[in-house]
Design a protein around this ligand. Structure first.
Ligand code: PRP
Ligand code: MN
Ligand code: MG
Length: 180
């Protein structure tokens, strides 16, 4: 285990099981449809690729890059659109994929932005949901795990852009980000 990690919250096996469960549920719900799957960069990359391989329907993919943490452990309160989609979503069934729902700012921002483009439907799946972090009411359709109010890294989640490539989700030791 990485030295900066206090404890592992979800192992590779836990995450695999969650991807299989969510994939089966989403596959059932989209029977007969060909949704566009959109990932929210950068945190989503690992979950997106694992989840998509559990989806048993024809689907295309795109990414949107937004950022609000700008390196720290607290949301800046402002969501910035870094890179937009390259796909026209009007009339499409859209499945938006996120790694974590914390304050809700990112998803509220994206729900507004994408809804204005008139997709046929818009559903959201997040691997992690931190209920104690919510400050805005973001609606999600599928959740992998409800997580405690701690700063998490790994499997896409970063602190200052690092730790994304840990294969598990873990709690970062507070001394790593204290006094920074
Ligand atoms: C993180 C995370 C979610 C968002 C959740 O992204 O990946 O997208 O914050 O927080 P919120 O519910 O408080 O908005 P971040 O802005 O750090 O960008 P990143 O994915 O590139 O790390
Ligand atoms: Mn993100
Ligand atoms: Mg981040």
């Amino acid at each position: 285990m990485n030295n900066d990690i206090e404890r592992v919250l979800y192992s590779q096996d836990d995450i695999k099981a969650a991807c299989e469960r969510l994939g089966a549920e989403i596959t059932r719900d989209y029977a007969g449809k060909r949704p566009l799957v959109i990932g929210v960069l950068k945190g989503v990359v690992f979950f997106m690729t694992d989840l998509m391989r559990e989806l048993d329907f024809l689907t295309d993919m795109d990414f949107i890059d937004v950022s609000s943490y700008h390196g720290g452990t607290e949301s800046s309160g402002e969501v910035t659109l870094v890179q937009d989609l390259s796909t026209d979503i009007e009339g499409r069934d859209v499945l938006l994929v996120e790694d974590i729902l914390d304050s809700g700012r990112t998803l509220v921002y994206l729900q507004e932005l994408l809804s204005a483009r008139k997709p046929k439907s818009l559903k959201i799946v997040t691997l992690l949901d931190k209920p104690e972090g919510h400050q805005m009411a973001a609606h999600v359709d599928y959740v992998g795990f409800k997580v405690p109010n701690e700063f998490l890294v790994g499997y896409g989640l970063d602190y200052n852009e690092y730790y994304r490539n840990l294969p598990y989700v873990g709690v970062l030791k507070p001394e790593v980000y204290a006094n920074k």
